[in-house]
Design a protein around this ligand. Structure first.
Ligand code: C2O
Ligand code: CU
Length: 457
């Protein structure tokens, strides 16, 4: 009965998202989306407001958080590839902020880089206006005061659908995070020195879609689903698996893969996204998204991030994936080095702190090999704005980590080589995605000179 109601409801919801002649936007159960204020089917226009609010993570305790449109996570932003997105942003925080559209290859002026845009002051407003060139799972978060702003709850998910999206029995979205809560329910104070700065701030409470209890949903036996996963935590690396179903990775940061792959477990670093194809083919009643705690002592059983109750049976139609060709892994035309380190003043890139790091210069459309080295103990999720790259090697050995990425995890003293074509011109940030590291120096800029660039005399 319940299931039937859910099905009827989802049919109605699909109806709302339908534009004649355009593929439907996915319906994510129990996950609110923005209201699109623009009747033009190719324009998504929304209002977004950042403000302080309270949530109840545990019964009877309220927690002061920061949130987009009063909810943690913020509403889901959904668009089709090629759509124009207009976001009327109102900053009702008591401090300045910007919004970065993590993974979207838009223009530098709209990317939330405070150097390019100028921060939005407390009480101020800004209209973000851009076109989305790629399909995939992305997210948005502040790019000012990130140590607290992201951790306190300012983040939201973005789904951009393919021109011919594969059809699934259902789609789900799991935005995973951790928070450090005190016994009175409040967020523990932030440190600007010591262990949290060295290693990043690891929380004591896991969140799935803003809740401290596992996300729960209903599914149909033998169904084939698409699960999108976003790690919005500031420092926690999640090691995930799906129990009770077959699963494989179908997409990374930059969208669908040419060929899915099946890891035993999936490491998801802060900032990264993965999409899974999950098939209920094991005749069991529940399937779970589980997380192995890399920060626990001993080997405790995995924690549940999401649980799906399986009932009934369908005859699934296997999804038809569009053909995907990734940029060729040819010899690089140029080589660039990025060394992540620290000195007595803070975290460094190529030996210097943030603004003092010389800007790297590359040319649009030219394959460049980036050799990124982690010269210190803590791990770093390395993130490049405005571009995708592919991972070539780790410590000199070829890797099986296919797909387009904008974020890659570097273990202590590890070297990775990446290949990017730098297709998106302009001045872009690159940095460690642990805010303590980025804000304390591990953040710099890279200039992609446009291919049609005329030298000025
Ligand atoms: Cu998600 Cu510059 O960051
Ligand atoms: Cu770092």
């Amino acid at each position: 009965m319940l299931l039937q109601r859910a099905l009827v409801l989802s049919v109605i919801l699909v109806g709302c998202n339908n534009e004649p002649g355009l593929p439907p936007l996915p319906v994510i159960p129990d996950y609110p989306s923005f209201e699109d204020l623009n009747p033009d089917p190719k324009i998504v226009e929304v209002n977004l407001r950042a403000s302080a609010t309270t949530v109840e993570f545990k019964p009877f305790y309220s927690t002061d958080v920061l949130a987009y449109n009063g909810a943690l996570p913020g509403p889901l932003l959904e668009a089709r590839i090629g759509d124009r997105i207009i976001v009327h942003f109102q900053n009702d925080l008591v401090e300045e902020t910007t919004i970065h559209w993590h993974g979207l290859r838009i223009t530098p002026a709209m990317d939330g880089d405070p150097h390019a845009q100028g921060p939005v002051p407390a009480g101020g407003a800004f209209t973000y206006d851009f076109t989305v060139p790629d399909a995939g799972t992305f997210w948005f978060h502040p790019h000012v005061g990130t140590i607290e702003q992201i951790d306190r709850g300012l983040y939201g998910a973005i789904i951009v659908t393919e021109a011919e999206p594969p059809a699934f029995t259902a789609e789900r979205l799991y935005v995973i995070d951790d928070m450090r809560l005190l016994s009175n329910g409040q967020i523990a104070p932030y440190s600007y020195s010591g262990h949290d700065v060295m290693m990043g701030r690891i929380g004591n409470t896991l969140l799935t879609n803003g809740k401290t209890t596992p996300a729960s949903g209903n599914a149909i036996g033998r169904g084939i689903e698409r699960w999108r996963i976003i790690n919005a935590a500031t420092a926690r690396v999640f090691e995930l698996a799906v129990d009770g179903a077959s699963w494989r990775v179908i997409a990374t940061d930059g969208g669908l893969l040419p060929t899915p792959y099946q890891p035993e477990r999936l490491l998801v670093a802060p900032g990264q996204r993965f999409e899974l194809e999950v098939t209920y083919d094991q005749g069991v009643e529940t399937a779970r998204l589980v997380s192995y705690d890399l920060f626990a002592t001993g080997t405790p059983p995995p924690l549940e991030m999401a649980i799906v109750h399986i009932a009934d049976d369908v005859t699934p139609t296997p999804p038809v994936y569009p053909e995907v060709t990734l940029p060729a892994l040819t010899d690089a035309a140029e080589d660039k080095q990025i060394r992540l380190g620290a000195n007595s003043e803070g975290f460094t890139i190529n030996g210097a702190i943030a603004e003092a790091v010389p800007t790297l210069e590359v040319s649009q459309g030219t394959p460049v090999r980036l050799t990124v080295t982690n010269e210190i103990g803590p791990y770093h999720p390395f993130h490049l704005h405005g571009q995708f790259f592919q991972i070539l090697t780790r410590n000199g050995k070829p890797v099986e980590e296919p797909g387009l990425k904008d974020t890659v995890l570097l273990d202590a003293f590890e070297t990775v080589t990446l290949l990017s074509y730098f297709e998106n011109p302009g001045m872009w940030m690159y940095h460690c995605h642990i805010p303590e590291h980025a804000e304390m120096g591990m953040m710099a800029h890279l200039m992609v000179h446009p291919a049609d660039h005329e030298p000025t005399h």
